[in-house]
Write a new protein. Structure first.
Length: 271
C-alpha cells in the first residue's frame, strides 16, 4: 500500500499530513485506513501532547473520492445496508479527532469540502489560510454527509442553508460563523499552525486532556453524539436511492468523467 498519510514530530507536536495532492487529498479507502492508523499513533505517542492535521498541495481535502471505477462498490451501489457499513467506517474516521485524548489542530488551505469539511470541523481548533473554502456539496448529487457536526458550530439556520444548498463559504465567512478559529496568509499557514501548536504544548497534557474531555462530554450530554449517530442512520439509505439528479450525475461521470459531472451540476447554481 502506498503511503499517503505521513507522520512526523516537532518537539512536543505530532504532525499528521495527508499526502495525495494530485487528487486534492480526496479520501480513498486506503487514505481512510492510513489516516485512522496515523491519528491513533499520534494520540499514543508519549513524546507529544498536541496533534496537527495538515495536507500537502493546494487543498486540505475535497472529501471522499467519488471518481468511480471501483467495480466492487458499483456492485452494491443501491444496497442500503452496504452503504450503512461503509459510511459507519467513514464517520468513525472523521470523529477520531474528537475522540482522541490530545487536542487536534486542523491546518486548512484551499478546499475543505464534504468529508474534508467535516473532518476539519471535528478537530479541536481550525486554522485556515486566506484561500480556504468550506462546504458540503454532496447534496447536489443526492448525498448528504452523515456526520452532522455543522449545526453544532454555526447554528441550525445557517447549517440548513449550507447543507440544503451545497454552497461553499470563504474563510472570512467561516470565521464569522465560528466554524474556524483564525485566518493566516497562505504562505504562513504551516509556520503559524506550528507556532500555535507549540504554544499549546506549554499547557500540561493532563490539563489539556481534562479540558477537552469536559467540553466534549458537555456537548455529548446535549446530544451531539446522538445527532451524529442519527445522521448516519437516516442518511445511509439516501446513498442507495435512485434519484433524478443522482442518476444523471452518475451517467455524466461514467461517460465524461467526474470533472464534467461536477461542472454540469455547478452550472445550475450560478447566479
Amino acid at each position: 500500500m502506498e503511503t499517503i498519510v505521513n507522520y512526523e514530530t516537532d518537539e512536543k507536536v505530532s504532525i499528521v499530513t495527508l499526502n495525495r495532492p494530485a487528487k486534492l487529498n480526496a479520501i480513498s479507502k486506503d487514505m481512510r485506513t492510513q489516516l485512522s492508523q496515523t491519528l491513533r499513533r499520534a494520540d499514543e505517542d508519549a513524546a507529544t501532547c498536541v496533534v496537527v492535521l495538515r495536507a500537502e498541495g493546494r487543498s486540505f481535502c475535497v472529501g471522499y473520492d467519488i471518481s468511480g471505477g471501483d467495480p466492487a462498490k458499483e456492485a452494491w451501489r443501491h444496497d442500503a445496508l452496504k452503504w450503512h457499513e461503509s459510511l459507519s467506517e467513514d464517520v468513525a474516521m472523521e470523529t477520531l479527532p474528537w475522540d482522541m485524548k490530545k487536542p487536534v489542530i486542523a491546518s486548512v488551505q484551499g478546499h475543505a469540502l464534504g468529508g474534508g469539511c467535516e473532518l476539519a470541523m471535528l478537530c479541536d481548533i481550525t486554522i485556515a489560510a486566506a484561500d480556504a473554502t468550506f462546504g458540503e456539496p454532496e447534496v447536489r448529487f443526492s448525498n448528504v454527509g452523515p456526520a452532522m457536526i455543522m449545526p453544532w458550530l454555526v447554528g441550525l439556520k445557517k447549517a440548513r442553508e449550507l447543507i440544503y444548498m451545497g454552497d461553499s463559504i470563504d474563510a472570512e465567512e467561516a470565521l464569522r460563523l465560528g466554524m474556524i478559529n483564525k485566518i493566516v496568509p497562505v504562505a504562513e499557514l504551516r509556520a503559524a499552525t506550528l507556532k500555535f501548536a507549540k504554544r499549546m504544548t506549554l499547557i500540561s497534557p493532563e490539563a489539556l486532556y481534562g479540558a477537552k474531555r469536559a467540553i466534549n462530554r458537555g456537548a455529548e450530554a446535549g446530544g451531539l453524539r446522538n445527532a451524529i449517530n442519527v445522521g448516519l442512520e437516516v442518511l445511509a439509505p439516501l446513498y442507495a436511492a435512485k434519484t433524478e439528479f443522482g442518476m444523471k450525475f452518475a451517467e455524466i461521470r461514467k461517460k465524461d468523467g467526474l470533472g464534467a459531472a461536477l461542472k454540469w451540476r455547478a452550472a445550475q447554481f450560478r447566479e
